[in-house]
Design a protein around this ligand. Structure first.
Ligand code: ADE
Length: 247
């Protein structure tokens, strides 16, 4: 079954955009996923095709109308039945690999990209939208956030990554650690040598070194992820050798 992305946007030309190239583009051509960008303006009912209005209570900017968006959502959900309706907004839950994994194992997603100051709260509630943020920064619209959510989901679809490293080993993989550093030839470059252990051919030693580097990087760069990792380790049953169980 093809994983279906249905996008509600005022700028349908932005899709598939960069996702038409590279890994995601190849998967798109192979029909491992499909993208269908719908123009919200097509659901406006007045002669000016109005999609927004001034905010009640005053203030800057414009708010997207609930009636227009509701009609757009109904059409998108009819085209993509069973897919969750995700509204990209800096007010949403932070996108993380756990949510990406969850979305990528479902039938697909309907993504609502907002513009202007936001979307009338009533349609968010009436449609039970899942509000998702790409990070603690403000974009000019939801489209770039939608593209990055799709990129993260598509690469996890069956057959997309092929021989590339398994999801478990990379940053934010099953263990919740950042990845260890990588090196390739030449073994010495600008007087910087690759760590000896990587040239040793000693697989167990290499694995131990990589694990230690991943832990150190996570502890120093992302104490929030490190705390989460430690909590997860504690929650797992201990192995006989005293190490925490593998995921
Ligand atoms: N729209 C504007 N900023 C956003 C963000 N950080 N994440 C998702 N959608 C957005």
């Amino acid at each position: 079954m093809t994983w279906q992305a249905t996008i509600l946007t005022l700028f349908p030309e932005m899709f598939p955009g960069p996702l038409g190239l590279s890994l995601a583009g190849k998967a798109l051509r192979e029909q491992r996923w499909a993208v269908d960008a719908m123009d919200i303006r097509g659901f406006a009912t007045d002669r000016y095709r109005t999609v927004d209005d001034t905010p009640f209570g005053g203030g800057a900017g414009m708010v997207m109308r609930p009636d227009v968006l509701d009609a757009a959502c109904a059409a998108a959900q009819a085209r993509n039945p069973g897919a969750p309706l995700v509204y990209l907004t800096p007010r949403g839950r932070l996108l993380d690999q756990a949510l990406v994994r969850e979305l990528s194992t479902g039938p697909g997603v309907v993504l609502l990209c907002g513009r202007y100051e936001g979307v009338d709260q009533r349609v968010i509630e009436a449609r039970g939208m899942l509000e998702v943020s790409a990070g603690d920064f403000v974009l000019s619209g939801g489209e770039p956030a939608a593209l990055l959510l799709l990129d993260a989901c598509v690469r996890l679809l069956p057959g997309v990554m092929g021989g590339v490293a398994s999801g478990a080993e990379e940053s934010h993989g099953a263990e919740g650690l950042l990845e260890y550093p990588h090196y390739t030839r030449p073994a010495e470059w600008q007087a910087r040598r690759v760590p000896d252990v990587l040239l040793s051919g000693h697989h167990a030693e290499v694995a131990r070194w990589r694990r230690a580097e991943a832990e150190a990087a996570t502890r120093m760069r992302r104490p929030d992820l490190w705390d989460k990792h430690l909590r997860n380790e504690l929650a797992r049953p201990a192995r006989l050798d005293g190490h925490p169980a593998a995921a």
